[in-house]
Design a protein around this ligand. Sequence first.
Ligand SMILES: [Zn+2]
Length: 417
Amino acid sequence: MNNQQVPIFITGPFRQLLTMDHLTLKGSLKDAQLEIIEEAGVVHQNGIILEIGLFGELCTKYNSAHPEIQYLESDMIALPGFVDAHTHLCWAGSRENDYAMRLEGKSYTEIAQSGGGIWDTVTKTRNATDEELKMLLKMRADRQLANGITTCEVKSGYALNPEGEIRLLEIIKSANKEHSIDLVSTCLAAHIKPKDFEGGTDTYLEFLADKLLPVIKKEKLTNRIDIFVEEGAFGVQEAGKYLSEAKKMGFDLVVHGEQFTSGGVSLAVKVGAKSVDHLEMIGDKAIVELADSAVVAMALPGASIGLGCQFAPARKLLNAGCCLAIGSDWNPGSAPMGDLLLQTAILGTFEKLTNAEQLSAITFRAAHALNLNDRGILKKGYMADFLGFPGRNYQEILYQQGMMKPTMVWKRGNLVM
Ligand SMILES: [Zn+2]
């Protein structure tokens, strides 16, 4: 089929359309910098944006191409589809009892000793069938899409042995093919050292680098490797060795760092990671180091809310010049809520982040963390992933603190919600 035969769509008019274009990748942003087009239209073909402009003018300009007009009767605000660049959506089981125990003041160790904690999720995930895991993942992807997330990162990390981690990555790959959302997988076999591995954490990482990473590379199961750098998980030095091995094989790197203890940021900068995620405990020196690097600073307010801990210092990170992205960290243990927009709005009010900063953190800046440069902005050549929120003024979206959901979601030009 040549281009003439592929239908052209014009969607609109939107009372306001925020392109998220012409904004810097790093540092603070003012709302006055937002490009807002009133009475806007989106021209798209084959899932790609051809042009953004005034709806009436676009209808005239493309008239001879016989476009299909998707006319919006009610007041709508358009934004790029959201990108959730940090989730752990491939798991079985549920940990509400852990949460209740935490509320009663029980420690991590006490919860683990009573049969809860990550090992509970690992056991249930290992025991679930492929079909069950894929069904659960697709149900969570449905909810993400309904909340406006058109691209969602998903980590493995609840099998913690080579066969099981490969299985999880294959399930994510298969779910991605069947679902309209884009799922971007990451290998987090280095989540913790599993109970049933004989040897230390350093031996476990060597084992993964030797037995798992080459298979993932060969089978093209993911191009991203993540590690949890934390007391009780993996130390900075052994993590550095593991990430360097992964880098040599050509993987993109990600670090879970500075949630409770320091060291993760320096490591992420040193190995040239795409992002360092968590940062609740990041200190001033590490903030400067991060701002001077190309590593994205990813805040995960869902984990702070789930654990009742402080938020990452998002205001300070932006003031210092960091590229701030926000992810939901949706997982069964520390971040069970899984509502990116709501969490962004809460972090925004506590950290005094402008609308422009909050929306950037879940659109083009989050896409950058995933090394994707074809989404997160509404402009020519970009993916036609966009959202319609009811209303006339974009400020109302974050003012509603996550309670206002998109009523229309387009993925690659298709209306999917
Ligand atoms: Zn995480």
